[in-house]
Design a protein. Sequence first.
Length: 204
Amino acid sequence: MPRTPPGRTRQQVYEFVRQRLAEGMPPTTREVQQQFGFKAVQSARQHLEALVSEGRLAKEPGRARGYRLPSAGSLSGSLRLVPRLGRVQAGALSEAIEDPDGYLPVEHVAAEAELFALTVRGESMSGAGILPGDTVVVQRQETARDGEIVVARVEDEATVKRLRLQSGRVELHPENPAFAPIVLGAGAEVQILGRVVEVRRRLT
């Protein structure tokens, strides 16, 4: 059986990495080796390094899943991989969870914005179109304007709510009449973790 020409194999490696990036999970070098049945992991590494040299991929040093598409070669011209940090409650407050779970591809976002993604639990924001199981993309920032939807930490617990500033008092309002607002007293420790900028939902 004739061997696959190196250029064709490299193109297949590129397409595999591109597909995994679109799914939000960059492959490791060993996963590329397993996908293509290379006898040695060095063969996979050589193809990946060649793609980096050609400018078709970029590599973040020190990260096993550090391969990404350079901005000029992304699916729509501006693709970033945002880390999924875990889950956040949209309901009663629950213990804040950081549970890294891959990456989410996000397009057309300012390069200087620091983003992270969280999976929503609870139904308190259903009126704003944020449902259980949705993923919210959050721009990390310590302040927000009145009326913006934020992820906030109250003492050791986190929640997603609409921020209301009332006479210097911070209130976190749900978008579901079955839930009560969280009204914070003067001594309460509250930290704005970021502003929700996008909501993602899987239909299957």
